[in-house]
Design a protein around this ligand. Structure first.
Ligand SMILES: C[S@@+](CC[C@H](N)C(=O)[O-])C[C@H]1O[C@@H](n2cnc3c(N)ncnc32)[C@H](O)[C@@H]1O
Length: 308
């Protein structure tokens, strides 16, 4: 049964993500992030907002030089490279897409980060908990996990995290009264074969059941509406190149999916939450009692502090 689900997930991820890196490059930002950006100004660009999202994630996790970070569902390696380069952490990223893993490995080598940063083509369920991590990020994977598998998913993440460690789960949710509809069936059939959404309270309850303490929950719905709008605009501007790579049908399906997602985030039927949680440990160093440290603008501060 567990094996069948892994095969199903592998096939679903290949279907969606192995369309070709060149296709995704036509509409993503240069850092190849395929999740909600963080717009600090109303007219901010996608490029800047994705960099700011990476910093937001690293700061919420309070990354410190020398710590070990696991990035579950690491995509093309953007957060792994960013965190190793700017926050001085050691990173392991895992993705089920071989196209993404190959791209990330080349990028890491080009940056000269191979000693501290690695991306594997691997299921997160195959990461060993023998040497747990200080911090774990999961940015845009819960949509692929399936609600029935949340207890097993959060339990695995809990085992992979050191006591006192922090976990950031960033994912799409649906409104409490949301029901499956023909639009969603179209998306599951054509875009996300293993897609599944639940509302945020369902997510946090399952986290608590697996002994996480929920520390901070932030709604980024408006940011995701704008991100999808930018992706749709960029894809449409590259129509001919896209059709050349994936054909007319896939181009049109992806354009429809990106544009309709922007509308659905805008109308509130779907949402995006970042949930920061800890694996409680009374002996662990106390967390800051406010959010103020997250918004200090000097990115080099934690690295410089630790280097003395
Ligand atoms: C929406 S993408 C997000 C990528 C990246 N985190 C980002 O922000 O751009 C989802 C990622 O989850 C990965 N993924 C889905 N199921 C997985 C699994 N069971 N094990 C490892 N990675 C998985 C996919 O391969 C993909 O890289």
């Amino acid at each position: 049964m567990a094996r069948d689900r892994r095969r199903f997930d592998q096939d679903a991820i290949e279907y969606h993500y192995d369309l070709s890196n060149e296709f995704y490059q036509l509409f993503l930002d240069p850092l190849m992030l395929y999740t909600c950006a963080y717009y600090r100004t109303a007219d901010g660009s996608l490029e800047q907002a994705q960099q700011d999202k990476l910093d937001l994630v690293c700061r919420k996790l309070r990354l410190q030089p020398g710590e070990r970070l696991l990035d579950i569902g690491c995509g093309w390696g953007s957060l792994a490279v960013w965190a190793a380069k700017h926050y001085g952490v050691e990173v392991l990223g895992v993705t089920l897409s071989s196209e993404q893993a190959g791209y990330a490995q080349e990028w890491i080598a080009r940056e000269g980060l191979s000693e501290v940063c690695r991306v594997d083509h691997r299921d997160y369920r195959e990461v060993s908990s023998e040497t747990p991590f200080d911090k774990i990020s999961a940015i845009g994977i819960i949509e692929h996990v399936g609600a029935a598998n949340y207890p097993a998913y959060f339990s695995e993440v809990h085992d992979l995290l050191n006591p006192g460690g922090l976990f950031l789960n960033h994912g799409i949710t649906c409104h409490r009264r949301w029901k499956r509809n023909p639009q969603w069936d179209f998306l599951v059939e054509n875009v996300f074969p293993n897609g599944d959404l639940t509302h945020v309270s369902y997510v946090t309850e399952r986290m608590e059941e697996q002994n996480f303490e929920v520390l901070d929950v932030e709604n980024l719905r408006g940011h995701y509406s704008r991100t999808c709008f930018h992706w749709a605009e960029r894809l449409r501007a590259n129509e001919q190149a896209a059709i050349g790579l994936v054909g007319q049908r896939t181009y049109r399906v992806w354009l429809l999916y990106l544009a309709s997602s922007s509308v659905n985030f805008a109308d509130g039927s779907i949402n995006l939450y970042q949930v920061l949680a800890s694996r409680p440990d009374p002996m662990a160093r106390a967390m800051p009692t406010t959010r103020e440290d997250i918004y200090v603008r000097d990115r080099a501060a934690p690295l410089a502090r630790a280097l003395g």
